[in-house]
Design a binder for this molecule. Structure first.
Ligand SMILES: Nc1ncnc2c1ncn2[C@@H]1O[C@H](COP(=O)(O)OP(=O)(O)OP(=O)(O)O)[C@@H](O)[C@H]1O
Length: 255
């Protein structure tokens, strides 16, 4: 009897030839290619205006490709799949206050899964799981606006984790965090068993968390590879206005 071949898991994200012009005619993406396997953590680097946000807005269909395709876990980001895609692509925006609007942390985290029809013990379990993952289980009954900025950012991550996403997309996750909150969030992100795409200008944070980085510049991916190798490539860094903090040596950070 012949054995069937092992089922292959599609990558979390496949972007092929993605081009996009805004309605005013400004072309922001010129044919982006990016594939992210399940479980990878990838940093998306690039100067201001490179097209990073424009790319992210295509991942859950907020913007629609002018040309090219985007697939999440094998599903095209289009038409009938959009509801499912929006569950699978969890975007954590830069400002947690854009994402938290309920009277308590628990209600904020429950909001998404409840909208999908989860109720009772299953909903409670989902909320507990998500808050546990970000170390915020003891804060479930607190109003989000009574928490620190770093705690609110972790709750914002929990609201997305509660949807059991295929890919977690973080926009500048380390911005406005003090060193302790920055480290706590890094520990949380490292402990998650989920694909991560992190948009950041914080190059040490990218190195700490993401073994791989892609550099977007002028609407195309100009480099994609080992984060440390990219950060040590002086010509690449200078060409795309990527600057390491003074005195920071990428080769001194343990792999
Ligand atoms: N709504 C819009 N209409 C027209 N052009 C836009 C619009 N939004 C962004 N752009 C332009 O598209 C290009 C890419 O912008 P985008 O915000 O994707 O860059 P980014 O890499 O995220 O930059 P940053 O690091 O500053 O956040 C820029 O030239 C920007 O001016």
């Amino acid at each position: 009897m012949s054995e069937s071949p092992p089922a292959t898991t599609p990558p979390s994200l496949v972007v092929r030839g993605l081009a996009y012009a805004y309605p005013d005619g400004h072309q922001a993406l010129f044919g982006v290619d990016l594939t992210i396997a399940r479980g990878e953590r990838v940093a998306l680097l690039g100067p201001n205006g490179a097209g990073k946000t424009t790319l992210v807005l295509h991942l859950n269909g907020i913007l629609t490709a002018g040309a090219g395709t985007v697939e999440v876990a094998g599903l095209p980001v289009a038409g009938e799949h959009l509801r499912e895609i929006r569950r699978r692509v969890g975007i954590v925006f830069q400002d947690p206050d854009d994402q938290l609007f309920m009277p308590t942390v628990r209600e904020d985290v429950a909001f998404g899964p409840a909208n999908l029809g989860l109720r009772g013990a299953a909903l409670e379990e989902r909320v507990r799981y998500a808050l546990d993952r970000v170390g915020m289980a003891d804060f479930a009954d607190r109003p989000p606006h009574h928490l620190s900025y770093g705690q609110r950012r972790r709750v914002a991550v929990a609201t997305v984790l509660a949807m059991e996403p295929e890919i977690l997309v973080l926009d500048e996750p380390s911005s406005n965090l003090d060193p302790a909150s920055r480290r706590e969030l890094a520990d949380v992100l490292r402990s998650l068993d989920v694909t991560v795409l992190m948009v950041t200008h914080d190059l040490p944070y990218a190195l700490e968390l993401c073994p791989r980085s892609a550099v977007l510049a002028g609407g195309v991916v100009v480099a994609d590879g080992d984060t440390r190798d990219l950060l040590l490539n002086r010509d690449l860094m200078a060409a795309h206005r990527l600057e390491l903090p003074y005195g920071f040596d990428p080769s001194s950070v343990p792999a």
